[in-house]
Design a binder for this molecule. Structure first.
Ligand SMILES: Cc1cc2nc3c(=O)[nH]c(=O)nc-3n(C[C@H](O)[C@H](O)[C@H](O)COP(=O)(O)OP(=O)(O)OC[C@H]3O[C@@H](n4cnc5c(N)ncnc54)[C@H](O)[C@@H]3O)c2cc1C
Length: 292
């Protein structure tokens, strides 16, 4: 199918983009177009205008610092995935991006666009929620920083107001003594996952588990973050943590998987991801001790 008619704006500055959006409350931002264009073609969206931000050079940024990774609105999935600096500061970005669609889609799709699309089956919203990241939104009225736990209001419903552009997203650095892992199952590689999990495990000085947390995609209407420190205990009982998750989640059935299968799968992925994050944390601590 073809998209419904729309006006098209191709601003060169953020100011021009914000003015174009302010002039038309039902206009939509066009970033990589990897979700929006299919939605237009299927007539699932009918905005009066598209504000194409691809020529706005000031949004094409990727900043990596000790505190974390800040992706500008035009940082493509592939650029962030390939950045060794970003992977060193927040490894979950690369680990999750490898599961996002296919390389050609990652060449166009943007990290911020994926967050703004707010698909509950997408990888990056779960990562942003787990690491406690933020989205910076700008409009002609000013700027505001939106924490991940309020950014995802519902399926395809980000906390962005008409006239706002998500100009960047901040993913905090992984804390010390912490290992990360990502696990998901999709029917075919590159498809949206049936369920997936990003995990963080932090060890204390005695190599006991100080914190274990997991962020989920595909099991709830918005990214779900669970603190599994209690169920795992200081010794890291990952089987008990997975059992806790299976009891806690309320996944929905769809044409690809029933409720019980998704519940079981989420438990299996949880145990795998936590075990592997703990092993990464242990290697990191051991490596540091060997170097010291
Ligand atoms: C075949 C296929 C498979 C895919 N598989 C996966 C997958 O497994 N996992 C996954 O996570 N994604 C998947 N995707 C989606 C892909 O990751 C998209 O790139 C991403 O969801 C949206 O990013 P985009 O830059 O293309 O945004 P667009 O398509 O341009 O926009 C998507 C939505 O976000 C809004 N938007 C975008 N940027 C901004 C901004 N800066 N400010 C305000 N609003 C904004 C748009 O208005 C629109 O509503 C798949 C896509 C395809 C075509």
């Amino acid at each position: 199918m073809k998209p419904p008619p729309f006006a098209y704006h191709a601003p060169r500055t953020l100011r021009e983009a914000l003015d174009a959006l302010a002039a038309d409350p039902s206009a939509k931002v066009l970033a990589g177009g990897q979700s929006l264009i299919p939605m237009l073609n299927m007539r699932l969206a009918a905005p009066s205008a598209l504000v194409d931000i691809n020529r706005v050079a000031e949004l094409d940024t990727l900043h990596v610092g000790e505190e974390g990774v800040t992706a500008g609105a035009l940082a493509r999935h592939a650029r962030v995935e390939r950045s060794d600096e970003a992977a060193a500061v927040q490894p979950l970005l690369r680990l999750a991006l490898r599961h996002v669609a296919h390389p050609v889609i990652r060449n166009r799709g943007t990290v911020v666009g994926s967050l703004a699309h707010a698909d509950p089956a997408a990888e990056l919203p779960a990562v942003l929620a787990l690491v406690g990241g933020t989205v910076e939104a700008a409009s002609t009225a000013g700027r505001r920083t939106v924490p991940a736990d309020v950014f995802f209001r519902g399926p395809l419903e980000p906390a962005l107001e008409p006239g706002e552009i998500a100009v960047s997203a901040f993913f905090p650095a992984v804390p010390p003594r912490t290992g990360t892992a990502f696990a998901e199952t999709a029917r075919r590689h590159g498809d949206y996952a049936l369920a997936g999990v990003a995990a963080l495990v932090t060890l204390d000085g005695d190599l006991r588990v100080a914190a274990a947390r997991a962020g989920y995609l595909g099991v709830a209407a918005t990214p779900l973050v669970l603190d599994l420190t209690g169920p795992a205990g200081p010794g890291g009982d990952w089987t008990a943590a997975a059992a806790h998750v299976r009891d806690r989640i309320e996944p929905e059935a769809d044409v690809h998987a029933g409720v019980e299968y998704r519940r079981h799968l989420t438990g299996v992925l949880t145990e795998r991801a936590l075990r592997s994050a703990a092993a990464v944390a242990l290697r990191g601590v051991a490596g540091r001790r060997t170097r010291d």
